[in-house]
Design a binder for this molecule. Structure first.
Ligand code: GLN
Length: 493
């Protein structure tokens, strides 16, 4: 019987390729075949790059064959021949980039994001661009002008968002790993809804060059994979200082993939009481408590902590993110690239291009942000939000002096139905209560599956940590995943 290559881990793929069991083209074709079978039900992709991926796989095969012939496999780049998908908010040279919007038209970026270039240099093969809420504004992937992505565990439900296409693609084994972005939860929330592992690194850990700007002081690029060990491998390659992004950090990048997760003795994990409020779905509370008990059984010390300003995170985020978005999205004016709607005078051209090019959620954010930044309101809204953001950041600094990581749910409920929050933006914003604080504080957050609710939908847990100590989060989650099997569960498609 033919082996299903799509069910291998990235480490097993590396072994299989290096020992000549199968080739890069065979691997890429296996994923493409699965994509063709599943895509009609999932709609995880906006653009597929089949020809480019097969061409890249053929040249990877030449390198692979030469290395095998000369027994030089250890010299091969780490990801040679490994297919990945990239959120369509991140540039890949030569592939259309839409941001889930009409306003970019058929813009084809002339460069790859630095982090993507590093993955390509390591041999990874981009198989397609994944669906996203328009300009990453949303929590369900429903605001994409290309239509929603569906959750592989229940296709009447959303995969979360905004990186819902990347999360669904990994959950359905359309790729072994995918790249996303997280401004207020857009990696961790879809990872939780789709039962995969997702990391939002520390702000500044990964260059933002080539990540289309939403909220520049919050945006982070990160990884979805089926295990923490695989996510660690990719994050390590993407990370590090880049002279094209002045906010990228010059911090050394440890080898995230060697965390030796034998046990968790000596690790202190804090449970913030503000994250276990009324209104959390009972199954989520139960699964998260079981996971905390498991971490304790592995040797971690569990202590209760407080992050007292948590309740302000939502209003603060929904002032700061739209304010930054309103400035960042001013560049889409029909002049330089993308859509141009030219019916009358130049000024009418701006108005008509932006009027037709942006969808309702993006317009709502631009208006909210413009209002918060306008003279007379700036101090009361934007300025005040910045001050409270500092208090939220201090909560984390204080808590992380006494604990190594903070454990909590990712979301108050599991995946909701497509259309359920259709005309209620506030209900959609409430999905983010537990994920926004990490972006406001700039700390890393890792989401991973810890079981299911009564409807068989995945439940996620979040671990947050000290800036530039992603290693600790990987260590804890790798130990958990070695001891349990939740991350190996798969949807029945
Ligand atoms: N759901 C949040 C928003 O709509 C977060 C999105 C994100 O992280 N990109 O802004």
């Amino acid at each position: 019987m033919k082996r299903d290559l799509t069910s291998l881990s990235i480490f097993e793929m590396q072994n299989g390729l290096h020992s000549g069991d199968f080739g890069c083209l065979e691997l890429v074709e296996a994923f493409l075949e699965r994509i063709h079978t599943m895509e009609p039900r999932l709609h995880a992709f906006i653009t597929l790059a089949e020809d480019q991926a097969c061409a890249a796989a053929r040249s990877a095969d030449e390198r692979l064959r030469a290395a095998i012939a000369s027994k030089n496999q250890s010299q091969l780049p780490a990801l040679l021949g490994i297919p990945i998908a990239v959120k369509d908010l991140i540039t890949v040279e030569g592939l259309r980039c839409t941001c889930g919007s009409t306003v970019l038209g058929d813009w084809v970026p002339p460069f790859s994001a630095t982090a993507i270039q590093r993955l390509l240099d390591a041999g990874a093969i981009v198989i397609g661009k994944t669906n996203t809420d328009e300009f990453a504004m949303g929590s369900s992937t429903e605001s994409s002008v290309f239509g929603p992505t569906f959750n592989p565990w229940d296709t009447t439900r959303v995969p979360g968002g905004s990186s819902g296409g990347s999360a669904a693609a990994v959950a359905a084994r359309l790729v072994p790993a995918a790249i996303g972005s997280d401004t207020g939860g857009s990696i961790r929330q879809p990872a939780a809804f789709c039962g995969v592992t997702g990391i939002k690194p520390t702000y500044g850990r990964v260059s933002r060059y080539g990540l289309v700007a939403y909220g520049s002081s919050l945006d982070c690029m990160g990884v979805f994979a089926r295990s923490a060990a695989e996510a660690a491998l990719l994050l390590g390659i993407m990370s590090g200082r880049d002279h094209m992004d002045s906010t990228s950090a010059a911090q050394p990048v440890p080898d995230f993939s060697h965390s030796q997760p034998n046990d968790l003795r000596g690790v202190r994990i804090g449970i913030p009481k503000e994250y276990f409020i009324d209104g959390i779905q009972a199954d989520i509370r139960a699964r998260v408590n079981e996971a905390i008990a498991q971490l304790k059984a592995l040797g971690a010390e569990i202590v209760e902590i407080s992050l007292p300003h948590t309740k302000y995170a939502l209003p603060v985020y929904y002032l700061i993110a739209p304010a930054e978005a309103s400035a960042n999205l001013a560049r889409y004016d029909g002049v330089r690239f993308g859509l141009q709607v030219a019916k009358g005078s130049n000024l009418a051209m701006f108005r008509d291009t932006r009027g037709e090019g942006f969808g309702p959620e993006v317009k709502r954010r631009i208006m909210l942000g413009t209002y918060a930044l306008s003279a007379g309101y700036y101090d009361a809204y934007y300025g005040q939000a910045q001050k409270v953001r500092t208090l939220i950041k201090r909560d984390f600094e204080d808590a992380l002096k006494t604990v190594d990581a903070i454990a909590c749910p990712v979301t108050p409920s599991t995946a909701f139905k497509v259309g359920e929050h259709g005309d209620d933006p506030l209900a959609m914003y409430l999905e983010d209560v537990f994920t926004l604080p990490a972006n406001l504080a700039g700390v890393p957050g890792l989401a991973f599956p810890v079981g299911f609710d009564a409807n068989g939908l995945p439940v996620g847990m979040q671990l947050m940590g000290r800036p530039f100590e992603e290693q600790t989060l990987f260590r804890v989650v790798e130990a958990y995943q070695l001891a349990t099997g939740h991350h190996r569960q798969e949807p029945n498609l």
